[in-house]
Design a protein around this ligand. Structure first.
Ligand SMILES: Cc1ncc(COP(=O)(O)O)c(C=O)c1O
Length: 382
């Protein structure tokens, strides 16, 4: 009775582990993919005020024009690229819905989408639901950076799109300008779409975030995915932004309006506040993330675990290959023996095997306690 593609979907390993924690008293939870800060007060007040003012109906399908203008100004001011609020920006229900609407707009049965891996686990199921196929670009042996030559070798007549996610979930790596230049050169040579999920751009701690959108030559091929979930600690408000050239966004808008009508109006009002008066909120949060990341990296290195230095996002992705046990078993044992929950690297495709993902979206005290327990666990394994 069930659609076979839906039937084949698996519950992500992140969730499987998060669910197990409920049964482990006193667990340290390193699986969380959302900021541990509250949404800033003025954003919350804007949302409450919208409700009190009865701004609780539908908005324009693409989102409030005032919000689309605020999105355009934010990217223009900070990154110096421009999208037309009238025709090139859609406010979505979190970045997730934007990603799904774009896939459903461009993918036909049998198309291929290239994903550098290890990578966030939500793209593949959405691609499969469209009847398209994922082709992975291994980055595990290139410090989690996509090799332009390898990318080009994977492009075939079936390739419809390449998706990038930098700063990366789960590795925390970012793309530096020189590499971005090379990747853009590859993509310009081929008739394919580029989807860039830059939701962690505001959580960049060392180096600079360089966006695919800053290449005018790519504009006609590019979809840019963004949102406020991570930057402003607004995961539950469900506000994302999908951007792209007008001639493609008119089709994305149809898919979006049939599956959602529009994003929540009070959340959109709150988002205007976030992008106008609270632009510095991520700067404050980053001060804490940066300290925690440095601490976590030092502790892992002291334990003898190899780590590619992350520059952004909320995660660190050490190798546990030296213990010669699958990352799923490592994580299960760690949870049961030391009450620490991490996500096995295999949850981020087979190319994540041999690693674990630790989220430092938790207080310094929790981070310290978890690292102490992990250290004891690693000592026992040696
Ligand atoms: C890379 C990446 N993209 C998108 C999302 C989903 O974002 P949203 O909550 O805005 O739908 C996440 C959530 O963890 C993510 O890590």
């Amino acid at each position: 009775m069930i659609n076979s593609k839906a039937e084949q979907l698996q519950v992500p390993e992140i969730r499987q582990f998060a669910n197990q924690i409920e049964n482990v008293p006193d667990a340290v939870n390193f699986t969380i993919g959302q900021p541990d800060f509250h949404t800033p007060d003025s954003i919350k007040i804007a949302g409450v005020q919208a409700i009190l003012n009865n701004e609780t109906g539908y908005s324009h399908n693409a989102g409030l024009l005032e919000l689309r203008q605020a999105v355009a100004s934010f990217f223009q001011d900070k990154y110096h690229f421009s999208y037309d609020p009238q025709t090139e920006i859609i406010i979505t229900n979190g970045a997730s819905e934007g990603i799904d609407s774009i896939f459903r707009t461009i993918l036909n049965e049998g198309d291929e989408v290239i994903l550098p891996a290890p990578i966030y686990s939500a793209y593949e199921p959405l691609i499969h639901l469209c009847g398209a196929k994922v082709v992975y670009l291994n980055t595990a042996d290139t410090e989690f950076l996509p090799s332009p030559d390898r990318l080009e070798s994977l492009i075939t007549s079936k390739t419809k799109a390449v998706l990038f996610n930098y700063p990366s979930n789960p590795t925390g790596t970012i793309l530096h300008k020189a590499l971005l230049d090379e990747l853009v050169a590859v993509m310009e040579r081929h008739q394919l779409f580029v989807i860039s999920d830059e939701i962690y751009s505001e959580n960049t701690y060392s180096g600079e975030h360089c966006s695919f959108a800053s290449y005018p030559s790519l504009k006609d091929q590019l979809f840019l995915i963004h949102g406020l979930s991570k930057s402003h600690s607004m995961t539950g408000w469900r506000i994302g932004f999908a951007m792209g050239p007008a001639h493609t966004m008119e089709h994305v808008l149809k898919v979006h309006l049939y599956n959602s009508i529009c994003a929540s109006l009070p959340s959109q009002m709150a988002a205007i506040e976030a992008l106008t008066n609270c632009r510095d909120a991520p700067v404050e949060m980053n001060k804490s993330y940066k300290k925690r990341l440095a601490y976590a990296q030092q502790r892992l290195t002291d334990m003898g675990l190899d780590v590619v230095e992350p520059s952004g996002a909320l995660y660190i992705f050490p190798s546990v290959k030296k213990f010669n046990i699958p990352s799923f078993d490592f994580a299960t044992k760690l949870l049961h023996e030391k009450s620490v929950a991490v996500v096995p690297g295999s949850g981020f495709t087979e190319y994540g095997e041999g690693f674990i993902r630790i989220s430092y979206a938790c207080s310094m005290d929790v981070l310290k306690e978890g690292m102490d327990r992990l250290e004891a666990f690693v000592e026992d394994l040696k």
